[in-house]
Ligand binder design. Structure first.
Ligand SMILES: NC(=O)c1ccc[n+]([C@@H]2O[C@H](COP(=O)([O-])OP(=O)(O)OC[C@H]3O[C@@H](n4cnc5c(N)ncnc54)[C@H](O)[C@@H]3O)[C@@H](O)[C@H]2O)c1
Length: 252
């Protein structure tokens, strides 16, 4: 898959998936604006990846900040071909079990995450419409398409937050809404839905998770990056309004 000359604004580029996305996109030939709320994190990725990248701060809950990042990307390479959003905003109380989630926290986490992804689609959509085309890829999740398997969290401090179910299912449907809304403007919107990514989770969880997959179990960031490279390549030019699930069969 060749991404020579493809100009990408990658939001959340300092995170677990974002760092690997950046590497894979550059290796495939793309120019990448590395954007994250934590500017230091993307500065470090930029130093590692070099000339084909630039770095900037961004906050997906602020329209001006999104537009500044779009303008910086266009200034660096002449235009923006794709915006990839892999940000993961959440407040300090995120991740509690269902009964313990305060109404205010539920609303705040939806505002930050689903609201932020909405704002990126709205602002990038307007930018792309004016430019004459572009592609938005949102990172959703298997938990946007299936009910949680709560039992795999037994004997761990982890759970599958109720906000996450609302956010990611909402994001997948909202992406279809925007894809349809912008269909005649040369603007495409797609989702990529990863399964669980191995990040040193408790062994009990990793083992319980793997009972529901094929032979791989939890995935590596590289498994998702490869799918992203495909989605941004000319080979996927006909893909619009879709949700590509990469999960070694966990949702089956
Ligand atoms: N890790 C997984 O197992 C997994 C599985 C399925 C889906 N996902 C999804 O993939 C995406 C990335 O996950 P991750 O594990 O890499 O998360 P992460 O927490 O490692 O990285 C997320 C990045 O987003 C940045 N961020 C937070 N708030 C922001 C804001 N307001 N504006 C801009 N940037 C902001 C953070 O600074 C961080 O660098 C998320 O949307 C997550 O829901 C992750």
């Amino acid at each position: 898959m060749n991404l020579d000359g493809v100009r990408v604004l990658l939001i959340g580029a300092g995170g677990l998936l974002g760092k690997d996305f950046a590497k894979a996109l550059v290796a495939a030939g793309a120019n990448v604006m590395l954007a994250d709320k934590q500017q230091q994190a993307v500065d470090a990725v930029q130093t590692e990846l070099g000339d084909k990248t630039r770095a900037t701060g961004i906050d997906i809950t602020n329209a001006e900040s999104i537009n500044t990042a779009l303008a910086l990307t266009a200034k660096a390479w002449g235009a923006v071909d794709a915006v990839v959003n892999t940000a993961y905003p959440r407040n300090a109380r995120y991740g509690k079990v269902f009964e313990e989630v305060a109404y205010g926290d539920f609303c705040e986490n939806l505002n930050l995450h689903l609201g932020g992804y909405f704002l990126v689609m709205q602002q990038a959509g307007a930018f792309f419409r004016q430019q004459g085309g572009g592609h938005i890829v949102n990172i959703a999740s298997i938990y946007g398409v299936m009910a949680p398997r709560f039992e795999i969290y037994d004997n761990t401090p982890m759970t599958m937050p109720v906000e996450y179910a609302a956010i990611k299912s909402g994001l997948i449907h909202l992406s279809r809404y925007v894809a349809k809304y912008l269909k005649d403007s040369g603007v495409r919107v797609n989702c990529l839905s990863p399964g669980g990514i191995f990040d040193h989770q408790p062994e009990a969880f990793v083992e319980a998770y793997a009972k529901h997959t094929g032979t791989i179990g939890m995935l590596a960031p590289q498994d998702i990056s490869a799918a992203l490279v495909f989605l941004l390549s000319p080979a996927a030019r006909g893909v619009n309004g879709q949700n590509l699930v990469i999960d070694d069969g966990f949702t089956l």
